[in-house]
Design a protein around this ligand. Structure first.
Ligand SMILES: [Zn+2]
Length: 423
């Protein structure tokens, strides 16, 4: 299927956007980019600024149902987690599908074109498998196709209920039993069966829920699976100080240090949150060129803290962004928060350039999710892009897209197909 788009303005990676850009698209990819050409009968006319599509590198679709119900009052990450477990206990695959369709449709309306679904809800509420062991995975993949968003399912291994203050792994309890495959090998077998659901807009990766939920030996099973499949690896890392303390108690290392000792640090690894890091952690993640996926709207909601985004980037890490709990679904809010939070933490402005913030929102997320040709407007790239309303002066166009308090999304295209259209 071939089609064409004519963009009034498009960001091709230069400091300023290019005017009058024609994009030819075939079989879901951009086959030709021509700038400075008047519109002569393209199939779709996109007025405004067209950017590469936004990548939501960290999502738990079902957390969307907690929006507005867990934000007020006191409590902590850990009390929020109890509320989330209660919701997780009540979900079945059909209901999950419907919830995920809504969440993904909302993402498309916010300009997200791909999502990394960090997926750990696998089994019945008593922990036993469904007759189809990937019933939830199938619900998620079908929801993404129904909504029209590109997806990488990051299937998570989850084995323990946490770590005790004396450093022992705890048994799963209550809501957690649904998350566990009981062993790394069983996780790999289930995930191998899920690969049948792969397709042009569906990929799989592996995830280690956290150092609290997986022991180092079992982490190795996830790493081996991912490296055999050439698939990305994700892990929640150092979101809360308590995780660091428990990891030190169990292993005498920080969570990042534990990953380093297990040989997991590499450019295929995405550390989600990466909030409470030592200087040594920053250096290790940087020299490995790992991705650090910040989720600013969730991290502020859960009082997690502000991670060292500037130090990570300068050390060599790659920054990506996710909306995680979906208390907010707004890709550009995440991008500007990366800079604005860093201003509050460092008392400096200009920690990340506008282009760097846009790269975090686009191609860095695609890389993190195993779509290395996505997140740019270039020949051969995935035909995923979004058109936004901006300041008409090209000198301010990019900055206005990132820093305006609301950036209206006009049109979202995934694989050359218009999936959201507000025009
Ligand atoms: Zn998460």
């Amino acid at each position: 299927v071939s089609t064409s788009f004519w963009c009034e303005w498009a960001w091709l990676g230069d400091p300023e956007p290019s005017a009058q850009v024609r994009l030819d698209v075939e079989a879901g990819r951009i086959t030709r980019v021509a700038a400075g050409v008047p519109d002569t009968g393209s199939a779709h006319r996109l007025e405004g600024l067209t950017l590469p599509g936004f990548a939501n590198a960290h999502s738990h679709a079902f957390h969307r149902a907690l929006r507005g119900r867990t934000q007020s009052g006191e409590g902590s990450f850990w009390t929020w987690r109890s509320q989330m477990y209660e919701l997780a206990s009540s979900l079945e695959p059909d209901g999950y599908h419907d919830l995920a369709v809504q969440t993904y449709a909302e993402m498309l309306s916010a300009g997200y074109t791909t999502v990394g679904e960090f997926h750990y809800l696998h089994h019945r509420s008593d922990g036993s498998p469904y007759p189809e062991p990937n019933a939830f995975t199938e619900a998620i993949v079908t929801a993404a196709r129904d909504a029209g968003i590109r997806i990488t399912v990051l299937d998570a291994l989850y084995l323990y209920g946490g770590i005790s203050p004396s450093g022992d792994y705890l048994d799963l309890e209550g809501g957690q039993v649904r998350f566990s495959d009981r062993s790394g090998d069983a996780w790999a077998r289930r995930l191998n069966a899920a690969l049948d659901l792969s397709g042009a807009t569906t990929r799989f990766g592996g995830a280690i829920h956290s150092v609290r939920a997986v022991d180092p030996e079992s982490m190795q099973i996830v790493a081996d699976w991912c490296r055999t499949q050439d698939a990305p690896i994700h892990i929640h890392l150092s979101e809360q100080p308590a995780e660091n303390e428990l990891c030190m108690a169990a292993h005498g290392r920080t969570p990042t240090g534990l990953l380093g000792a297990a040989g997991l640090l590499g450019s295929d690894l995405t550390a989600v949150h990466a909030t409470h890091l030592t200087d040594g952690d920053v250096a290790m993640l940087g020299s490995a060129h790992a991705t650090a996926c910040f989720c600013p709207t969730t991290e502020r909601d859960l009082a997690d803290g502000i991670g060292p985004s500037r130090r990570l980037r300068r050390a060599g890490a790659v920054l990506a962004l996710g909306s995680d709990s979906h208390a907010v679904i707004d890709a550009l809010e995440e991008a500007r928060a990366l800079e604005l939070n860093e201003r509050l933490a460092t008392l400096d402005r200009g920690n990340h350039s506008t282009e760097q913030l846009l790269e975090a929102a686009t191609k860095n997320g695609y890389r993190s999710l195993g779509w290395p040709t996505g997140g740019t407007i270039s020949e051969g790239a995935l035909a995923d892009f979004v058109t936004v309303e901006v300041d008409p002066d090209p000198r301010y166009m990019l900055a206005s897209a990132v820093f305006m308090t609301t950036t209206p999304i006009r049109c979202t295209v995934v694989g050359g197909v218009i999936r959201f259209d507000a025009r």
